[in-house]
Design a protein around this ligand. Structure first.
Ligand code: TMP
Length: 218
């Protein structure tokens, strides 16, 4: 018995520190996959255009203050708002490249070192969201990103914050087992990094296993 089921799209997340080159790399990956004939979409979090996104944008630009927990939950709500759309696109065979996701959500909030906001607490609202098939982590030191242009314009873009974020990313990735994480050295020239991202992705482009969801941190 042979059933010819159309492969669902693949959920790919690109993560890393501010200025690691995520957005440029997502664009290059999108172009490369489209050239190969795949149906691909790019989305990014936070989505600053939605209702929650507008509040988040004001906060990031320093125009508004927010309680640490409250802004954290808004970042999470910003992803939940998109979850149904992500699921339906994937099941229609569309591959999605996501620029930042729950990993950023948990580590940036936990990096504030608010005693009531641990990494575990911060992860909890992500439980149940679609889990990526592939996580591409652009790895770079906080000193290296500080040298890149445009740094320091928004909240969180300080050396102290970025170095905490880096350590928390490492902790989170080591705790959240069970899915495919590729560490990509982002210090290299753009083209070289792009090639690595594409190579990591090509092996995953015919996913047939059901989409999974995030579980509690263990
Ligand atoms: P962006 O520069 O990729 O637009 O992200 C804006 C900032 O928001 C960046 O410093 C990371 C931070 N962030 C969070 O604090 N929580 C989240 O859930 C996400 C997606 C980003």
């Amino acid at each position: 018995f042979h059933e010819d089921v159309k492969a669902r799209g693949v959920l790919i997340v690109v993560e890393g520190l501010d200025r690691a080159g995520k957005t440029v790399q997502c664009q290059l990956l999108l172009d490369a996959l489209q050239q190969r004939g795949h149906q691909v979409k790019y989305i990014k979090f936070p989505d600053r255009n939605s209702l929650t996104g507008k509040i988040i944008n004001g906060y990031l630009q320093g125009q508004a203050q927010q309680d640490d927990h409250s802004i954290h939950l808004l970042f999470s709500a910003n992803r939940w708002e998109a979850a149904q759309r992500i699921r339906s696109d994937l099941s229609n065979g569309i591959t999605i490249i996501v620029d930042r996701y729950s990993y950023s959500g948990a580590v940036y909030s936990a990096a504030k070192e608010n005693p009531d906001l641990s990494l575990e607490w911060a992860w909890q609202p992500e439980v149940g969201l679609p889990r990526p098939d592939l996580l591409l982590f652009l790895s770079i030191s906080s000193e290296e990103t500080a040298k890149r242009g445009g740094y320091g314009e928004e909240r969180y873009e300080t050396d102290a914050m970025q170095s905490k974020v880096r350590h928390l990313f490492e902790r989170l990735l080591s705790m959240n087992h069970g899915h495919d994480v590729h560490l990509i050295d982002a210090r290299f020239p753009v083209d070289q990094v792009a090639k690595e991202l594409l190579n990591s992705t090509l092996g995953h482009l015919s996913e047939r296993k059901p989409l999974e969801t995030f579980a509690k941190l263990r």
